[in-house]
Design a protein around this ligand. Structure first.
Ligand SMILES: [Mn+2]
Length: 550
């Protein structure tokens, strides 16, 4: 499986529990049915407290956060999965050339023992013209040493040096061709097997002689003419030896150390200019400059469309960045059919039910599969979250039938699990009072009086204790003064029980008592069965205002 066979499953921005769970469990369901591809859930932003709590009830991990699905360098490069080819600085130019030709690549990275990038070798760089230029006579002692030649060709030693030759003695490669010899100290001479030549070369102060174009026996006989001069034997022609000298050059001496390095999490389109400026593929390194991949022009210029499954949204404004360059294969949602267009025919599973998790659970059933306990826990949590424990008007008979079944598989009690889950996102207990009274507030006028009515939803009205009620009253009063209202009310509504408690603050204490119907309870009068501000709470408040004679 390569990274290219990945299918991302994404929920909407500012993810709620349903968006995260539907993506995670749908990805797991698809994986069970299709093992050839890698289905990977992502979320567009931090999970909220409720979602984190729900995942903590399972062994399933929260998906990675990803806002932008455009390809990264890491996803496009030739990486570990495909095998990264690199060479050590002690490798030879011949090794590099072989790889470059066999793999048809433009560059070979040179790395140390810890895979740290030291440089690159590329025949496309002007400084690497040795690839096409065998005129290496004068490179001895600069680009390569006698030892490099001996090691690379596995030259047989016929007469060894008394003193080890210096690793990089400067000199030239010379060919003893029969004419007058012109040898300087430090030169390495290549010659046919001739005792006379050996004597002459030794007299001239050469570093060593390599005998080629000869049988081993002839070479050994000639070598006897040497007193101290090291003599080596090359089992091949003089021409072959001469023309392949450059292959002995160690990479450390000719690699290009100054090279642009790409990072794996860099976006591909942002790495393109550097790549287009480069004559060869570019290395990709980690934080410690260790080689983790190579990005070629070919890979970068023709990226495939990314496969994508969208869940819990059907609006362009809520979806991931980079959706235009992706191939939407599927949409699973319970909202209205919105403004997302697909390039190719897509499988769309939109059903008017309480949550996207409901649809995912139904897909399990339809596939003849049962979710694991952990998967059922997540699905149930998302279903409860979106339907406020099956109380919201979006709840359907399908949701009501499904919830107890999921609870059974999950091994939890529906009601108590649901309340515990909903409490996680409940701000009544610990939210900032100043923010809570302003979160959902509307201004009204009745006669001469300007007033405001705020509403705060909770799943557990018992968290509104005396202390909390006092805090909220004080914050409400400050907000009333700032807004220039004569009166302000806060309805704390228990969405599960369908009741509200009314906290009322009025500049006229007498009217305040009247509006509270004489109740002196600091936690507010209970308005039983009242949840709708527009249809229930405001009419009763206005009725009491009208009946007040100050
Ligand atoms: Mn939803």
């Amino acid at each position: 499986v390569t990274k290219r066979d990945q299918v991302l499953v994404a929920g909407h921005q500012r993810p709620d529990t349903d968006a995260v769970v539907a993506a995670v469990v749908l990805a797991r369901l698809r994986r069970k049915r299709d093992r050839r591809r890698h289905y990977l859930a992502i979320m567009q932003g931090e999970a909220n407290r409720q979602t984190r709590w729900l995942f903590q009830q399972t062994r399933i991990k929260l998906p990675p956060i990803r806002h932008d699905i455009r390809w990264t360098v890491g996803e496009t490069m030739h990486g570990e999965e495909q095998g990264i080819i690199s060479l050590s600085p002690e490798a030879r130019l011949g090794d590099a050339m072989e790889i470059l030709q066999r793999q048809r690549i433009s560059m070979v990275p040179v790395v140390d023992r810890d895979r740290r990038l030291l440089g690159v070798i590329s025949p496309r760089l002007p400084q690497n013209q040795y690839f096409f230029n065998f005129n290496v006579e004068d490179y001895l002692g600069h680009l390569l040493s006698l030892e490099d030649v001996v090691l690379t060709f596995g030259l047989q030693t016929l007469k060894s040096a008394r003193i080890e030759p210096a690793a990089a003695m400067p000199g030239s490669f010379r060919v003893a061709g029969g004419g007058t010899l012109n040898i300087d100290g430090g030169d390495v001479v290549m010659a046919v097997a001739s005792a006379n030549v050996i004597r002459e070369v030794e007299r001239a102060g050469a570093q060593a002689i390599i005998i080629a174009d000869a049988t081993r026996a002839d070479a050994e006989r000639a070598a006897k003419a040497s007193r101290h001069l090291p003599v080596y034997f090359y089992a091949g022609s003089l021409l072959a030896l001469l023309s392949s000298l450059s292959l002995c050059i160690p990479l450390r001496t000719i690699m290009t150390a100054e090279v642009v390095r790409l990072k794996s999490d860099q976006r591909l389109d942002q790495a393109l200019p550097a790549l287009q400026d480069s004559l060869h593929a570019l290395p990709v390194v980690d934080e410690e400059d260790r080689l983790i991949g190579v990005l070629s022009h070919h890979q970068a210029l023709s990226p495939k469309r990314r496969s994508l499954i969208l869940v819990d949204h059907f609006e362009r404004t809520q979806t991931v960045k980079g959706v235009d360059a992706a191939k939407i294969e599927e949409i699973v949602d319970h909202h209205r059919v919105g403004g997302i267009e697909t390039l190719m025919p897509a499988r769309v599973d939109c059903r008017p039910v309480g949550s996207s998790a409901t649809i995912v659970a139904l897909q399990f059933e339809e596939a003849g599969l049962i979710p694991t306990a952990d998967e059922a826990t997540l699905l149930l949590g998302a279903l409860i979250s979106d339907t406020l424990l099956l109380t919201s008007p979006t709840t359907t008979a399908i949701d009501r039938a499904l919830a107890p079944k999921l609870a059974k598989v999950a091994g939890v009690k529906l009601k108590s699990f649901g309340r515990e889950l909903l409490r996680q996102n409940d701000e009544l207990a610990d939210g900032d009072a100043e923010k809570l009274v302003q979160k959902d507030v509307k201004a009204f006028t009745r006669g001469e009086l300007n007033f405001g009515v705020a509403q705060l939803e909770t799943v557990d009205l018992s968290t509104l204790n005396h202390e909390r009620a006092r805090e909220l009253r004080q914050a409400l009063d400050r907000f009333r003064l700032k807004s220039g209202w004569g009166m302000a009310a806060l309805a704390v509504t228990d969405v599960l029980k369908g009741d509200s408690r009314m906290l009322i603050i009025d500049q006229e204490p007498e009217r305040e008592r009247h509006l509270a119907a004489g109740s002196t309870n600091e936690q507010g009068e209970v308005w039983a069965g009242m949840v709708s501000r527009k249809k229930q709470i405001l009419p009763l408040l206005c009725e009491r205002l009208d009946s007040y004679i100050g």
